[in-house]
Design a protein around this ligand. Structure first.
Ligand code: DWN
Ligand code: SAH
Length: 405
């Protein structure tokens, strides 16, 4: 048993996906022999209620100068971050010369709106290639991992921040206490922290097990976030569910007593208890549903193969690495995955070594079936793929269950 990343109590594992490669470790054939693996296993801490990985991958193996995820590839997400930025600008900052810091700012998908509004901003993004994409757009970005030490340096140079932002990044940081110490240093007394991540209740109820992969070290509920921030003199003052990435939660946090706590926080605390997010049995039940999902997906792909129909993967997401390796989906069952990211094209998927092909391959030769690894972008993708569907093409989905549409 491993000590909890948040409170040091022993964590009880509830699911193992077995030997797993790096989710975003798309590779060339020369690299197959040296491919890195770890055991992908998630556990639950009964004291602080944090769901977490029990074996961690070194951060430099995941976030480096060749990180292949560029946030701006989804137009729906671009709109989402425009509205996130406007929530901050209209409701959370003010005064003469506000200053906003975002960690995990990637290619600047959110910060560009602060640039446009002439607001003092700073992005903290350790993956050099995506940081450079932001810098090229005139977005002030430091290429470092955020922690308490960096927070001191930022305050010395720019002063304290009015808002500290993060989207899909806090759950990537197992050393969160250092980040929270940094926030204590960086945030003005009346400042706000706003961050959002895939929400544990959505992952569990939708059997969205593919959200579990190396980069996601933590899986937040309101209860676990409250515990974490309370240890640093802060509290959750509001929560706002977000209809992105399959169901996310935005947490709005302030120093204890600085701002009133909304009724939404109290309601969600009760709802989580009713859903059993604070109990082990909930996770044991999740494991059973995950195993069933795996068996059904494999069965379906084998049937399609037997019928001699063509199938392709759609979007080589990080999440797909868990599905492919856990289910054992080999290139004979899935000959290729189409993806719009040039850095992934011409390479192979981690572990199962399925070729990643440019989107044009899909567009020019529709398969009979498309296995939608980008299910979280289903609305955007299906709207774009009307011709595929009009020609009789069918989608294979596995969240919240395995089905053909
Ligand atoms: O937390 C994370 C989230 C925010 O983004 C990171 N750890 C990594 C990443 O996860 P992901 O790879 O599962 O993200 P997405 O946004 O579900 O998938 C992005 C991939 O999908 C890209 O490779 C581009 C591809 N894609 C595509 O080929 N066609 C995406 C769309 C919308 C499309 O139409
Ligand atoms: N916010 C973007 C990107 C999410 S991907 C979005 O929602 O689309 C996660 C990002 O966090 C990656 O770009 C990664 O390089 C970055 N990251 C990982 N650890 C970090 C840390 N300690 N500090 C700041 N950024 C970090």
């Amino acid at each position: 048993m491993k000590p909890c990343l948040i409170c040091s109590r022993e964590v009880e594992p509830f699911i193992s996906f077995g030997r797993m490669p790096i989710a975003n470790g798309f590779l060339s054939a020369d690299d197959f022999p040296g491919e890195y693996y770890f055991e992908l296993q998630a556990g639950f801490c009964d004291r602080c209620k944090m769901v977490q990985l029990t074996e961690l991958v070194d951060r430099e193996r995941m976030f480096h100068d060749n990180y292949p995820f560029f946030s701006s590839t989804s137009t729906r997400m671009a709109m989402h971050f425009e509205s996130f930025a406007h929530e901050v600008i209209s409701r959370r900052i003010g005064g003469d010369d506000p200053f906003v810091v975002e960690i995990g700012s990637n290619d600047g998908i959110m910060l560009r709106h602060f640039v446009q509004s002439g607001i003092r901003h700073l992005g903290i993004e350790p993956s050099a290639n995506v940081a450079a994409a932001a810098q090229d757009k005139g977005i002030r970005t430091i290429c470092r991992f955020f922690d308490a030490e960096l927070a001191e340096e930022i305050v010395a140079e720019h002063g304290q921040a009015d808002a500290f932002l993060g989207a899909n990044v806090m759950c990537h940081i197992p050393y969160l206490h250092s980040v929270l110490e940094g926030i204590e240093i960086l945030l003005k007394p009346s400042g706000y922290v706003l961050f959002e991540d895939p929400y544990l209740a959505d992952i569990i109820t939708k059997t969205a097990y593919d959200q579990i992969y190396d980069e996601h070290a933590l899986y937040f509920s309101l209860a676990s976030v409250q515990y974490l921030f309370s240890r640093h003199g802060m509290e959750v003052v509001d929560v706002q569910p977000q209809n992105v990435h399959g169901g996310s939660m935005r947490y709005i946090i302030a120093r204890r007593g600085a701002h009133p706590v909304t009724a939404a926080v109290r309601f969600l605390v009760e709802k989580e208890q009713a859903q059993g997010l604070d109990r082990r049995e909930t996770f044991a039940d999740f494991r059973i549903r995950v195993e069933r999902s795996r068996d059904e997906l494999l069965l379906l792909l084998r049937q399609i193969q037997k019928e001699g129909k063509g199938v392709a993967g759609y979007a080589a997401t990080s999440k797909s690495t868990t599905v492919l390796n856990y289910c054992g989906i080999t290139p004979d069952l899935l000959p290729y995955i189409s993806d719009t990211t040039p850095l992934k094209q011409g390479r192979f998927s981690p572990g199962m070594h399925i070729p990643i092909r440019p989107y044009e391959e899909f567009k020019n030769h529709f398969p009979d079936y498309a296995l939608l690894f980008g299910w979280n972008h289903a609305e955007e993708i299906m709207a774009k793929e009307e011709a595929f569907m009009a020609g009789g093409g069918k989608w294979i989905l596995y969240v919240p269950e395995v089905y053909v549409q």
